[in-house]
Ligand binder design. Structure first.
Ligand SMILES: [Zn+2]
Length: 435
């Protein structure tokens, strides 16, 4: 009989000692290693065993049978975490896909988008609602977890919650029954019921729309919307989600909506187009995370979404993007936590460009990489799972050519993607492109 302390040690070591020969062991070497939190280090190797990070250090030798991956002039970092995606929305006419396609077809689109997202180095996403695509996000989450299809680890919101008539297709006869793009819930009772229903169906996060573009746009010159909920409804919604131990992500444009969201205790503000520094300071104090999603509005302005824009819309979106950038600068000055979220629903695989925009607008490159790894992991409640290169965590890794501290566009040059210790992309083995 072993003394309890030795027994405990043996139990801790058991998974390592019992590692079979079938358990792949990888040793990765790159010119630079960023662990998701600290500074970039040189001369460091990462050992992966049984799907997890086993060791990170300078003196790590390759165990017998290990596959050694020499990445050369590359930066190795944790796989990216995109805190705002919509994998079952795809390119092309928006109304067309919602009205003419089945959720089953949209689920197949989601499978394709998931693979493209993973190949761009994103190993985890928080998918915030898929607008009349049924349970596509849950099916994708489970299919990826079961290894049926390649894709990032998915946290799913299923259906965003909002008030009646606040989020839907516009411009149709009121006699038509249109597919709902979100859950409608009015009053404290309905709001509680809908959150409970979402949790029982397996939602990992609750997404709410605090403002409605569809109901009323108070201004022409900027993207705006009217407020959807009373304080009582929102407080009940957040209380119910937190009781179920899931966080609340609040789609919010105006400062007024963000203030209300903070009063009721949401966990993240998504978009936050027009927030004041006082609001950001309050977010910092309450530990609420800002997910700006700059990329989607710039793609929309540039005609890359929804099949293009009119000159008037382009002008409105250009002003919106300029104001959004100013908000981000105020956020940077306030010390609020900022997480990477692209919202790039039509162009899967472009997600990491969000980090380029964060740097363009004044974020330090290392902080942008933290936003895309450890900070996003904290927001998703996955800090014990992924987002940093810490022994025991999932071996989710991304290697890119060059040094993203010098130019964040290095993230476009993906050399290697590993998820849970399994190599998903290895550009070194890819055949050269045809002449
Ligand atoms: Zn979104």
């Amino acid at each position: 009989m072993l003394p309890p302390r030795l027994l405990a040690a043996a139990l801790v070591l058991l998974p390592f000692l019992s590692a079979s020969a079938a358990e792949p062991v990888l040793l990765l070497r790159a010119a630079r290693v960023f662990d998701g939190v600290g500074e970039v280090r040189t001369g460091v190797s990462v050992l992966v065993r049984g799907g997890r990070i086993a060791e990170v250090g300078e003196q790590v030798a390759a165990p017998p049978g290990a596959e050694v991956i020499e990445l050369g002039d590359a930066t190795l970092l944790p796989g990216l975490i995109d805190a705002h995606t919509h994998l079952a929305l795809h390119a092309g006419d928006y109304d067309q896909q919602v009205l003419r396609e089945t959720p089953e077809l949209r689920t197949i689109h989601a499978v394709v988008s998931a693979r493209k997202t993973l190949e761009a180095g994103v190993t985890t996403v928080r998918d915030l609602g898929n607008e009349a695509a049924g349970f596509a996000d849950l099916a994708l989450r489970d299919a990826v977890a079961q290894g049926l299809v390649p894709g990032p680890r998915v946290l799913a919101a299923i259906r965003p919650v909002t008030s009646s008539g606040a989020y839907g297709l516009t411009g149709y006869s009121p006699y038509l029954a249109l597919p709902p793009l979100a859950s409608s819930a009015d009053g404290v009772g309905e709001v509680r019921r809908e959150v409970r229903r979402l949790l029982s169906q397996g939602a990992d996060v609750v997404k709410i729309y605090l403002e409605s573009y569809e109901k009323k746009q108070p201004r022409e010159d900027l993207l705006t919307g009217a407020m959807n909920y009373s304080r009582e409804e929102l407080a009940a919604l957040v209380e119910e989600a937190h009781r179920g131990q899931v966080k609340v992500a609040a789609h919010t444009y105006s400062d007024q909506a963000a203030q209300l969201a903070l009063e009721v205790g949401v966990d993240s503000i998504e978009h936050g187009l027009y927030l004041s520094e006082a609001t950001f300071r309050r977010m910092a104090k309450q530990g609420v995370v800002y997910v700006p999603t700059l990329l989607v509005y710039e793609l929309w302005r540039d005609g890359a979404l929804f099949g293009g824009v009119t000159p008037q819309k382009k002008q409105q979106l250009a002003s919106t993007c300029a104001e959004h950038s100013r908000s981000l600068k105020r956020a940077l000055a306030s010390g609020v936590k900022i997480a990477f979220g692209s919202d790039t629903f039509e162009l899967p695989g472009t997600n990491p460009r969000e980090l380029e925009l964060l740097v363009r607008d004044g974020m330090k490159p290392l902080d942008a990489l933290r936003a895309g790894t450890s900070v996003a992991a904290g927001l998703l409640g996955l800090e014990q799972v992924t987002g940093t290169l810490r022994p025991g965590l999932a071996a989710d890794l991304l290697a890119v050519r060059g040094d993203p501290r010098r130019d964040m566009a290095a993230l476009r040059e993906v050399l290697l993607v590993v998820k849970g210790g399994v190599v998903q992309v290895d550009a070194r083995r890819r055949p050269p492109p045809a002449p």
